[in-house]
Design a protein around this ligand. Structure first.
Ligand SMILES: *Cc1c(COP(=O)(O)O)cnc(C)c1O
Length: 832
């Protein structure tokens, strides 16, 4: 290495830790390799080089971070606090390099050290601190908050084990523990001095204080210590670097001496074990919450730490507690942090001796709630015995909130006890259940859905009574995704073409992509557009081949469905169509069909048997189709294992067709649909979630619409849905189901898929069979459009051109204006 470290003696004037040129970076990488990894170049592993580079990039963020924190502390600013049980932030190195604007320099610096930047980027472990869309949304919002120079903190949980890694064995999903922290996390800065204690269990004691006022004392059985672990969140080409603060649980230093002295050593050890397991593992969603004591403990733990931290920051600023809501706007990402309503009340009343009415006013003004689901089985509830045993004091406060709320309701709706019972925070119909969505709605000043249709349905269904009572409380903020990660970082080839065509400003002003419309029919531009897409398809095909051995033809239509596996998302509807196509090709080998490669990806919750069976079916179909010489020149089916943010970078840019085929009314928004659109994929979809708005933006001619509407779905259900009738009256569908039943996709085993087929024929809760015929017909229109390359390319360009609305910058702008009333604060960077 002639131009190795020794070459750095003739160096630029830029300081090693902050200079953005290649020379300063190179010097810092060597410093960090030696001083932090304790390695020297000749023996450094690729991972050592990754760590050294990551620390060097982090060095360049820290001055911005400190300046940001300082500015927020010194100035009168309102801070958005995004409370979320999940932050699916994805790999950080590439994103931070892009946001700093040092990609070329980083590449040059590493090259000079004999290292390839892309190889190092691929080494980063994904922080899998989320399940899917909800956690990824939180991460996109942090990117936009920083990019828009908005004061913000993300608050969540530092899971030691994130979402499991998925492997496929014999067609089945196998879950592997995610050990993302094993090799260290260079982005994390632990703050042992920022710790809070969170009480659990025990009893309540009523006391009278010196002034003769009644005081409540919670004497917990156990306390858990929360330690702040910070990750810097840098905006795009700005100095703003906000904080993602994740709480790690630790046991309180010493064992409970009383227990110890009483000889109950094991009880004391037990409590310590519980404390340390609290932030161990992320719960996979789509599983029944019932009885998940640890899950409730996690929620309370991170909410309590976060609110205590906000109070600490208020004190640091010298502001009185009364100013809490002026200084903070806390957004609850779904009901997972809804306990914040009771916890903020507890902290204000018990810890800061505030009267109830004043505390209630502050709580309501500080908090806002985002609803993410209408599925009744996904609406969070907790059994009262469990809740009481863990959180006796918060439960008391919830009872008092409910008592006052129901009193008000009875004033307003005299003689309508049914309505009062429906709205109560407690469902008293069977075993008593605490309704977290009601708690959030009552305790927050704003409630929003995540797409126009979802917000409408929310007002009409699950929160109807509340929308009648407080219409002004309800909002819509359609979700968005960050174009930095999902265009610039993962599709630089497209980004370059966009720069040249509409100018560089599009990345922070995505509506400027409209400028592409003028080029949609231009042959030369179309050719360049197709070349970018082909490049991305070749890259995905390369990955598919190395991971699965399947050879995908980049010239084929890439038809992609990647998202969590769930019956409502209907991956099995897609599979039924593939089987019907396969059958048609088998019976008519000369049939002219456009070659297609179907790509699936997504994890099933470990306890969700039907979702796992759908994965098995897709892999069964793949095995048969890919090995049948009669069809495998035209059809390929791929299940790409372990769909996560890192793999997503490869998938979204390579798609021609985006499958968004959920049962109408079930997908709150979807965000995958937006990532596909930005990267020029056409959508085949139902009128569900944000699909409705995507179709509005791009125009109905450029969207493949099929299926029942949400209204029609409800009507079919009301009138008595009989799925078997659809199978009996459609020979093609009948044959498809028969082939599955006969074991054609399970090596002759007729039992494997029985539960799936029986479920479809007998109940089909998500109307797969009702939508089947229309879906197949719509796929015919897709095939026809694909045959006309000019037409397809035009539609592809128009999809990207019209995707501006779906930037998370737009969404965050709406939260700031409508809900948080927060304005940007720019960060000045004094001489580093
Ligand atoms: C965007 C994203 C999702 C959400 O996808 P939907 O299609 O909206 O369900 C899930 N997982 C990952 C890794 C994502 O990037």
């Amino acid at each position: 290495m002639a131009d190795g470290p020794s070459a750095t003696t003739s160096s630029s004037a830029e300081p090693a830790r902050s200079g953005l040129d290649a020379d300063a970076l190179q010097r810092d990488v060597i410093d960090n390799l030696i001083c932090l990894q304790a390695r020297y170049p000749a023996i450094a592993t690729p991972h050592d080089w990754y760590m050294a580079l990551a620390y060097s990039v982090r060095d360049r963020m820290l001055a911005r971070w400190v300046a940001t924190v300082q500015t927020y502390a010194a100035r009168e600013v309102r801070v958005a606090c995004y409370l979320s049980a999940e932050f699916l932030i994805g790999p950080q190195l590439g994103n931070n390099i892009v946001n700093l604007g040092i990609e070329a320099n980083a590449r040059e610096a590493m090259q000079a050290l004999g290292q390839d930047l892309d190889t190092l980027l691929a080494l980063e472990e994904e922080p899998g601190l989320g399940n899917g869309g909800l956690g990824r949304l939180a991460a996109c919002y942090l990117d936009s908050l920083a990019t828009l120079e908005t004061p913000a903190i993300g608050y969540g949980i530092r899971y030691e084990f994130g979402i499991f890694d998925q492997e496929i064995r014999d067609g089945w999903q196998v879950e592997i523990t995610d050990k993302w922290l094993q090799k260290g996390n260079p982005w994390e800065i632990v703050r042992p001095d920022v710790t809070f204690y969170v009480p659990f269990g025990g009893r309540i004691q009523n006391e009278t204080d010196a002034d003769g006022r009644l005081r409540v004392r919670w004497i917990p059985a156990n306390q858990v210590k929360g330690v702040a672990c910070d990750i810097p969140m840098l905006g795009f080409r700005v100095n703003t670097c906000n904080t993602l603060r994740l709480w790690k649980s630790e046991a309180v230093e010493s064992f409970d001496l009383q227990d110890f002295n009483a000889g109950d050593y094991y009880q004391a050890v037990q409590e310590k074990v519980i404390s340390e397991t609290l932030s161990k593992v992320l719960y996979p969603n789509d599983e029944p919450e019932a009885g998940k004591r640890l899950r409730l403990a996690q929620q309370y733990f991170f909410v309590s730490c976060s609110l205590q931290d906000m109070l600490r920051l208020l004190d640091l600023k010298g502001e009185p507690t009364q100013r809490f809501a002026d200084m903070f706007a806390a957004q609850l990402n779904d009901t997972h942090p809804a306990i914040a309503v009771a916890e903020l009340m507890r902290l204000l009343i018990d810890e800061r001796q505030m009267p109830w009415d004043e505390a209630w006013d502050i709580t309501g003004r500080a908090l806002a709630y985002t609803n993410h689901t209408l599925l009744p089985e996904a609406l969070e509830t907790w059994g009262l015995p469990l809740f009481r045993s863990l959180l006796p004091r918060p439960l008391e406060i919830i009872y008092e909130i409910n008592r006052r709320f129901l009193d008000d309701l009875r004033q307003r709706y005299a003689n309508d006890e049914a309505r009062v019972a429906r709205m109560s925070l407690i469902d008293e119909r069977g075993d008593k259940l605490l309704r977290m969505a009601h708690l959030a709605t009552v305790g927050c000043h704003a409630v929003n859905g995540v797409a126009a249709l979802h917000s409408t349905l929310l007002r009409q269904t699950v929160l109807r009574d509340f929308a009648e009572l407080w219409p002004e409380r309800f909002h819509n903020v359609t979700n968005g995704v960050t174009p930095r990660r999902f265009m610039l970082l993962c599709n630089p080839e497209l980004a370059r073409l966009l720069d040249e065509t509409v100018g560089e400003g599009w990345i922070t002003d995505l509506k400027r992509l409209q400028g592409l419309v003028a080029h949609a029919n231009d042959d030369a531009f179309q050719e360049r557009w197709r070349r970018v897409k082909l490049l991305k398809k070749e890259a995905l095909a390369g990955r598919i081949r190395s991971v699965t051995g399947i050879v995908a033809d980049p010239g084929a239509l890439f038809d992609v469905q990647v998202k969590r596996i769930h019956e409502y998302k209907r991956q099995h509807l897609n599979a039924l169509f593939i089987i019907s196509l396969y059958q048609r090709l088998r019976s008519n080998p000369q049939l002219a069909v456009a070659p297609r490669c179907f790509v699936f990806g997504g994890k099933a919750a470990p306890g969700y048997a039907m979702a796992k069976l759908i994965i098995r079916l897709i892999n069964g179909v793949a095995e048969v189709v890919n090995n049948d010489p009669a069809v495998n020149d035209r059809l390929k089916v791929v299940f790409l294992p372990d769909f996560n943010v890192k793999n997503a970078h490869l998938v979204y840019p390579a798609a021609d067709l985006s499958e968004q085929i959920s049962t109408a009314g079930k997908e709150a928004s979807g965000t995958g649909n937006m990532k596909f659109m930005m990267n020029g994929a056409l959508t085949i979809g139902t009128l569900d979630g944000a699909n409705v708005e995507i179709r509005e933006e791009v125009g109905e001619d450029n969207f493949f619409l099929f299926g029942l509407t949400a209204d029609q779905v409800e009507r079919v259900r009301r009138e008595g849905y009989r799925p078997a009738d659809y199978a009996n009256s459609n020979p093609q569908l009948r044959d498809v189901l028969a082939l599955i039943t006969d074991g054609h996709f399970s090596r002759g085993d007729r039992d494997v898929f029985r539960p799936l087929v029986e479920n479809l024929l007998q109940s089909d809760p998500f109307l797969v069979l009702a939508d089947y015929a229309d879906y197949v017909a719509c796929q015919e229109r897709v095939s026809a459009a694909w045959q006309d390359s000019r037409r397809w390319t035009r539609m592809s360009i128009l999809n990207t051109a019209c995707s501006g609305k779906f930037s998370s910058d737009r969404a965050i702008g709406e939260y700031c204006d409508q809900i948080w009333k927060i304005r940007p604060v720019s960060i000045a960077l004094d001489r580093l």
